[in-house]
Design a protein around this ligand. Sequence first.
Ligand code: ACO
Length: 403
Amino acid sequence: VVNISSLYKDTGMFTYDPGFTSTASCESKITYIDGDEGTLLYRGYPIEQLADHGDFLETCYLLLYGELPTKAQKDDFVNRVTYHTMIHEQMNRFFAGFRRDAHPMAIMCGTVGALSAFYHDSTDITDPHQRMVASLRMIAKMPTIAAMAYKYHVGQPFVYPRNNLDYSSNFLHMCFAVPCEEYKVNPVLARAMDRIFILHADHEQNASTSTVRLAGSSGANPFACIAAGIACLWGPAHGGANEAALSMLAEIGSVDQIPEYVARAKDKNDPFRLMGFGHRVYKNYDPRAKIMQKTCHEVLGELGIKDDPLLDIAMELEKIALNDEYFIEKKLYPNIDFYSGITLRALGFPTNMFTVLFALARTVGWIAQWKEMVEDPSQRIGRPRQLYTGATRRDYTPIDQRR
Ligand code: ACO
């Protein structure tokens, strides 16, 4: 039996807070969430307004610099991002080193971390100019790397960036253009892609963002920090939930099966949960879920997909759950992942690319949060406490005396 009080008598007071549900790790001016109201603000601007009227690169500027850009600032920012879309040619060889059936997130972890081996002139975090160049490079190169991971995975040749296209159109082009065939980006789908990027751009101190901040607090370079964020995002409880929601809808299979699955979700003896429902912070409708639902309808409408059985199941499931006492009482509403899987699948992405797209979009949030931390004079290396519950001091036993 460990005598905790004797171990901790001289360490002062500290909180034991598994999952950090009530401990703030930083001050931030970037993103605000009111989970009870269902509000999400980037630098004070509601996500609905940014998704309706803004575009992703404008949102990147806002997250990085705190204000919406003027026309001249925006043009300049777009030019500077566009300048950096290529990756070093030698990096192509990294992709060839992976097995074809490698998960694209595994490829992302490796290649993004490798950027620091190529761009030495933007790894000195004490230099504001280098920090700025690193930020632009990350935002510019993520679509290229993500598209290359996709192309490698499906066994097609890489498509180089087209800098006369806007950010999201260029990304769709790099993913879906094939040699010897005309490929024209559909502007409605490009706009939907752009909106999906805006919705995922930042979400305050979630697990991956906290990981980026913790890695950065030691002075690690930004490329290494973003690679750490990607690794954290990969987990099914974080970036992998949209894939799980889509699989669940497929498993339910038809609208008449829904009551059975709702009953299972309410049964305490059954570990099954309705994927895409509930959120640690939102105890009201996730505002991103509403925009995602609208985007989903737009994409399916544009592609002429009239009857998507998974969409029918999703809409009916939402209706049933929102009128069910259990879900009302526990404040379980659809989250962003509920409709994003259906939308991304309709855009043509295989399920194992869903988290990659999330990482692409979240890169700006990670980099803005990293920059804010590095520029904060009160920042110290992150070093959580622990509540030790192991053995107290004891003496080494020679191996021949151990039982
Ligand atoms: N289906 C059924 N019951 C649920 C669900 C669900 N999806 N989510 C929560 N509950 C119940 C729990 O069983 C628990 O019930 P109890 O009070 O009787 O024990 C209660 O609601 C609270 O649940 P917690 O797990 O304590 O809530 P927490 O805030 O820790 O978890 C989470 C939030 C992980 C998102 C959870 O709601 C969940 O597992 N949802 C499904 C997975 C999912 O959609 N994840 C994506 C999140 S969004 C994102 O990461 C981008």
